[in-house]
Design a protein around this ligand. Structure first.
Ligand code: SAM
Length: 312
């Protein structure tokens, strides 16, 4: 499917880019380029001396970035997982100098809607689900050999799927007869094993989401990113995260809270708050898309935006 076939709607576009507080001569990183909705708006706010580093692990996203920004000398394009964003920053000599970092987590519509990528439970395609098809194990390979208990844990933990055990049992039973190679085969088996699901959703929605999160190591990547973000930011630099899953949002919320509190010293120790060395300050409360945005783009409905600023 050609890129032009997608209607690309960046989620919380102006809210996220406003939160970066873009200065014309600042240095920014958009670590989840996708189709460049946010990156485009950031670039439009930069002057000739500003800099934008864009990153994505998906080669199709990077191809789009090359087309759009390949000739823009202010923009650096990096292919890879954002777990390596600090290495990229060090190589560019911008560690501790970055004025804002944006991550807009999860999958893009371009990935979800292209059946060849294997994320879709609506259109048949190879059961892949890797954001970077050149790295790691496909969903088909994982489901061919994972123990039933592991499949059940993934569906339960990452999909909060109530019927995880039943689905895992059905998957393991089916694969002994016919291996899972296509998305619709998996959808059918999960749908058959699901006795009840939320209205308006597909019976396989939660299971597909869970398998995708596992295959791409999404929560692990977020953990590594958060561990490294503070050193990359300049004092006063902004961290802006858009998440779509309650587990992700919880990680981000707890991280910001912990860094805003500083070191865990015993509560009865008579030291001023500054001795706890807080490293971040939360900016505003968590933000969600407006009703109008969700109406225009139902995929935005679970988005949560959090913003923090590095202290000196
Ligand atoms: C929700 S989309 C971003 C959309 C983008 N903000 C836009 O306006 O077009 C998420 C993108 O992040 C990428 N991605 C997800 N996890 C990643 C990771 N760990 N490292 C690099 N890219 C990642 C995906 O490949 C996908 O293109």
């Amino acid at each position: 499917m050609a890129d032009a076939a997608y209607t690309h709607r960046p989620v919380l576009l102006s809210e996220a880019v406003d939160a970066l507080d873009v200065r014309a001569d600042g240095i920014y990183m958009d670590l989840t380029y996708g189709r460049g909705g946010h990156a485009g708006l950031i670039a439009s706010r930069l002057g000739p001396r500003g800099r934008l580093v864009v990153m994505d692990r998906d080669p199709e996203a990077i191809a789009n970035a090359e087309l759009r920004f390949g000739d823009d000398t202010r923009v650096v394009i990096e292919r890879g997982s954002f777990v390596g964003f600090d290495v990229a920053a060090a190589a560019l000599g911008i560690t501790g100098k970055v004025n804002g970092v944006l991550v807009d987590l999860g999958v893009s519509s371009a990935q979800l809607d292209d059946p060849r990528r294997g994320f879709s439970f609506r259109q048949d395609g190879p059961l892949d689900m890797r954001m970077d098809p050149g790295t790691g194990q496909s969903a088909a390979d994982w489901l061919a050999q994972a123990p039933e208990s592991e499949i059940s844990r993934v569906l339960w933990e990452y999909g909060e799927e109530k019927h995880a055990r039943r689905m895992a049992r059905a998957i393991v039973g089916e694969r002994a007869v016919r291996p899972f190679l296509t998305t619709m085969h998996l959808q059918e088996v999960i749908a058959r094993a699901n006795p009840a699901w939320e209205q308006g959703k597909d019976p396989a929605t939660r299971a597909f989401q869970a398998i995708r999160i596992h295959i791409n190591g999404e929560l692990e990547a977020l953990g590594v990113f958060l561990d490294r973000i503070i050193d990359v930011l300049a004092p006063g630099g902004r961290l802006v995260v858009i998440s779509f899953h309650s587990l992700e949002d919880r990680m981000v919320k707890r991280f910001i809270r912990k860094q805003a509190r500083g070191d865990d010293l015993p509560p009865d120790l008579p030291v001023p708050d500054s001795a706890r060395r807080p490293r971040l300050r939360a900016i505003g409360a968590a933000m969600q898309p407006s009703q109008e945005e969700v109406q225009a783009n139902p995929r935005a409905r679970s988005a949560v935006l959090r913003v923090a600023e590095r202290l000196q």
